[in-house]
Design a binder for this molecule. Structure first.
Ligand SMILES: [Fe+2]
Ligand SMILES: [Fe+2]
Length: 245
């Protein structure tokens, strides 16, 4: 058996134990599998398909808030919490603190590639336009130094991507545009407060930012994901990542 076959066999065994059939979206497996090849279907033996919250995950409350997504669906948020704390300590505005707190939520709970663009889109209906703008463009700005605020090209990137890595053309283009935008510095401050290595000794609790979130994030009364904003479906996907349709 290849590694992939073993993983698939394990998954089939797992889905046998569930009373619902789980079929993963192509994006979860593309790369491990060739997306052009039909995915093997789990033996459903008369079972129903997953159409709600996956029982293997902690259940989200009926009307979830942003904080609930942090608690139940996002990976460890140390990086975000420490970035927000750093921004707060430097006397940054609440917009910047909130932007730092949520700038990498796509990595924490959704999709890594182009994470700044994804996060901005998810947040756009619920935050000030300047906040989502800043999050969108931190994606590009992080690859370019700005000595005026002491931001250097991250050493970590040279390690991760190689010393001669060049950002894609659309990143260079978005950087050039953002560099001359009135909100440039808001986005740049995300990079300045972005910690590339989190400090394991610093514990920051999400509750420290309850007020900042309360004042700057428009929580929909129906629950985040159950509202009808242009990005509500993205939150629902995070809530129910294995929903069949
Ligand atoms: Fe980021
Ligand atoms: Fe970050």
């Amino acid at each position: 058996m290849t590694t992939l076959e073993r993983a698939e066999a394990a998954e089939h065994a797992l889905s046998q134990e569930l009373d619902r059939v789980v079929v993963k979206s192509v994006i979860y497996t593309s790369g491990e599998r060739d997306p052009r090849v039909p995915a093997p279907r789990p033996p459903d033996s008369g079972k129903r398909y997953m159409m709600g919250q996956d029982p293997r995950l902690p259940q989200m409350p009926a009307r979830p808030t942003l904080v609930d997504y942090f608690k139940y669906r996002f990976g460890p948020a140390n990086h975000l919490l420490q970035s927000a704390r750093l921004a707060q300590k430097s006397g940054a505005s609440e917009k910047v603190i909130l932007a730092c707190l949520v700038h990498d939520i796509a990595i924490a709970g959704f999709i890594r590639g182009d994470h700044g663009y994804w996060a901005a889109q998810m947040l756009e209906p619920y935050v000030d336009e300047e906040v989502s703008w800043a999050i969108r463009y931190h994606q590009a700005l992080r690859f370019y130094a700005d000595e005026s605020v002491g931001y250097k090209y991250p050493e970590l990137y040279s390690k991760l991507f190689g010393p001669d890595y060049q950002p894609d053309e659309y990143i260079a283009r978005d950087y050039a545009m953002a560099r001359n935008h009135k909100w440039y510095m808001t986005s740049r401050l995300i990079c300045v407060n972005d910690l590339y290595a989190f400090d394991p000794d610093v514990q920051v609790e999400l509750e420290e930012f309850t007020d900042v979130i309360g004042r700057n994030f428009k929580q929909p009364k129906e629950g985040l994901g159950w509202d009808s904003s242009p990005s509500a479906h993205m939150w629902r996907t995070i809530m129910c990542p294995t929903k069949y349709l």
